[in-house]
Design a protein around this ligand. Structure first.
Ligand code: HEC
Ligand code: HEC
Ligand code: HEC
Ligand code: HEC
Length: 496
């Protein structure tokens, strides 16, 4: 821990740090053996480190309901929270591929492969590539299968994992060196990406490792496609970025306009676009207060915890609110209540901006639909106006996807969240204005309020549509949309 740095940046934390932060010695493992090279089975690592193993298995346990405001996974009735019901502009924007069909809130690490096996098949079309940040066998499979690891159907590649490990998610060997137990990176994807941003993956410090082991998976990635739309690789779009400065702008530069990186076609507009997934590392590391203070992902998600006479890093990785802010209180002297109120205040602000951006973008998407109909009916839209409108629309779209996919609802980097959402609102609205001008020039009559038909997109998600949650407040920042009363309520219960 960077105690000196912390004391300088935040004098009022000094008292707290001298009692908890700085005396917060590294947990000392109770070691009762050695782990063989190449050992994959967590149970065998567990024979040497029983306490960490035991807490790791708890990622299977249900999470407390109601302690977090926005990051519940299941409710008390065991129904999975899904983003498409929480944010009804998403099914509209994502209509055209898997993320518009099923897009759930994350749950414990135990479920990462299990949830993939249960998710709507449309989400697995990319093939074996999807296993890359899920199974500890991904690197082995890639070496054995070569190109077909990425391109072959998901279930064919999955079936090559030894049977007893087919449901195994993040395992000890994913994050640890078997000899020293120091944090270790196991994925070629991150090793390559770190080189792109000028970092040597083989010489990372322990504190860097406490973040980078998570960055093996909690990052955005691209699954490039060949002309037959078969997956050819998995990589992180960090080219042209630097450590601490992987911006949405740079990510867009890599993804946009390269046909191999544009993985899907948005139904409403017919545009081919890329996607952005859970960019926790990129977002957090871009000059956030806690990044600058030297805090790591593990500081907030794996707090030191006492088990009997020993102290260990809590391997039941979860959000700090669900764990009564224990992680925060390693560094902060304030009460848990004060700290969670700070989180909620940041998240409320972020969500309000995020919804504003999402609905502004949805309005513009529907306007493109109208514009394309007009073109099909023989109207010649001003190509300059149309091109500028499309450019701004796509710029806004990537920002809307980014902030909706980042898992902290703004907390990891509040000012960056504000910047990204603010830009997205401005771009989406400017795009709308340009498109309206192009349509008006051709005499196409457009109502001032565009009907988003959100209920249609929410309901028409195939057979796996999830329960609509009337208790989730539907926020329409423009106050112009129909009330949502989707017919569906199939519900998706927690798998046993
Ligand atoms: C091998 C990939 C992988 C690694 C490594 C990884 N994660 Fe995850 N993490 C996931 C996936 C996938 C999920 C969602 C699982 C699901 O919903 O089925 C997840 C879920 C989570 C959650 C939500 C848990 C809950 O109870 O809702 C948190 C918090 C989290 N990860 C933090 C971390 C932190 C911190 C690290 C590093 C110490 C880390 N993860 C390392 C893939 C990974
Ligand atoms: C300063 C503390 C802090 C740091 C550092 C931090 N997080 Fe978080 N994280 C939070 C908080 C607070 C939330 C919001 C939890 C909530 O609303 O329930 C969160 C949410 C998450 C979630 C969603 C949890 C859920 O329940 O669904 C994931 C995943 C996650 N963080 C991963 C990471 C990763 C990966 C890193 C490092 C790149 C990181 N976090 C760094 C505090 C932190
Ligand atoms: C998602 C990544 C991740 C996984 C999976 C994981 N660990 Fe860890 N583990 C960490 C991090 C991060 C630390 C803190 C490392 C540090 O500060 O040096 C840690 C620390 C430890 C330590 C040092 C003592 C302590 O508690 O801080 C032991 C021992 C350990 N883990 C054992 C295990 C075992 C056994 C497994 C599998 C059952 C496992 N870990 C799975 C990330 C992980
Ligand atoms: C590793 C130590 C550490 C942990 C863990 C930590 N913080 Fe902090 N936090 C800091 C430091 C240091 C600052 C002040 C940096 C500064 O003022 O320049 C800070 C600042 C803040 C601020 C003010 C932010 C701002 O924009 O000025 C809030 C709010 C906050 N933390 C909440 C939390 C919450 C909630 C958690 C748990 C989820 C948490 N912190 C976990 C060290 C930590």
């Amino acid at each position: 821990m960077k105690c000196k740095g912390l004391l300088i940046v935040m004098p009022f934390l000094a008292a707290a740090l001298s009692f908890s932060g700085c005396t917060q010695e590294k947990a000392e493992p109770v070691r009762v053996g050695t782990i063989a090279d190449g050992e994959m089975n967590p149970a065998n690592w567990g024979k040497v480190y029983p306490l960490e193993y035991d807490s790791w298995t708890k990622t299977k346990d249900p999470r407390p309901v109601g302690k977090t405001k926005y990051k519940n996974d299941f409710d008390a009735k065991n129904t999975h929270y899904d983003k498409l019901s929480e944010f009804p502009y998403m099914p509209l924007l994502f209509n055209g591929w898997g993320f518009g069909v099923e897009y759930n809130e994350p749950r414990g690490h135990h479920y990462m492969v299990i949830d993939q096996l249960e998710v709507d098949g449309s989400r697995l079309k990319a093939g074996g590539a999807c296993l890359t940040c899920k199974t500890p066998f991904s690197d082995k499979l890639r070496q054995e299968l070569g190109a077909s690891y990425f391109a072959d159907p998901y279930h064919d590649v999955h079936a090559r994992i030894p049977e007893e490990f087919r449901q195994l998610g993040a395992a000890c060997m994913d994050c640890h060196d078997n000899k020293t137990m120091a944090p270790k990176l196991s994925r070629w994807t991150l090793a390559k990406a770190l080189k792109e941003i000028g970092k040597n993956p083989d010489t990372i410090t322990r504190q860097e490792g406490r973040t980078l082991v998570c960055a093996q998976c909690h990052v955005t990635y691209v699954i490039p496609k060949n002309p037959e739309m078969k997956s050819t690789d998995v990589f992180f779009p960090w080219q042209g970025s630097k450590e601490g400065d992987i911006s949405i702008e740079n990510i867009i530069k890599v993804v946009r306009g390269n046909p191999a990186h544009e993985e899907w076609k948005q139904s409403v507009t017919g545009f081919k676009v890329g996607f952005i997934r859970h960019p926790e590392y990129e977002f957090f590391s871009r000059n956030s207060v806690h990044w600058n203070a030297g805090a790591a992902c593990a500081d907030c998600h794996m707090p030191y915890t006492r088990v009997g006479v020993s102290k260990i890093s809590d391997h039941n990785v979860m959000g700090p609110l669900k764990n009564d802010m224990k992680a925060c209180m390693q560094c902060h002297t304030e009460t848990a209540e004060w700290l969670s109120n700070q989180v909620f205040a940041i998240q409320d602000r972020t969500l309000s901006l995020m919804n504003r951006a999402g609905y502004a973008e949805a309005v513009t998407a529907k306007l493109f639909e109208i514009a394309h109909k007009a073109q099909a009916d023989g109207k010649e839209l001003d190509s300059g106006l149309y091109a500028r409108a499309k450019d701004l629309y796509l710029d806004a779209l990537y920002r809307v996807i980014f902030i909706g996919a980042e898992n902290s609802v703004g907390f990891h980097n509040p000012s960056e969240a504000g910047r990204i959402c603010g830009d997205a609102v401005a771009m989406a609205q400017k795009s709308e204005a340009l498109l309206r001008q192009a349509l008006a020039k051709e005499g196409v009559d457009i109502p001032s309020d565009i009907n988003l038909e959100m209920a249609k997109y929410l309901n028409e998600r195939g057979t796996r549509k999830l329960k609509f949650r009337p208790e989730l407040e539907f926020v329409d920042p423009f106050g112009t949309q129909e009330k949502l009363t989707p017919a569906s309520s199939l519900g998706k219960e927690r798998g046993k």
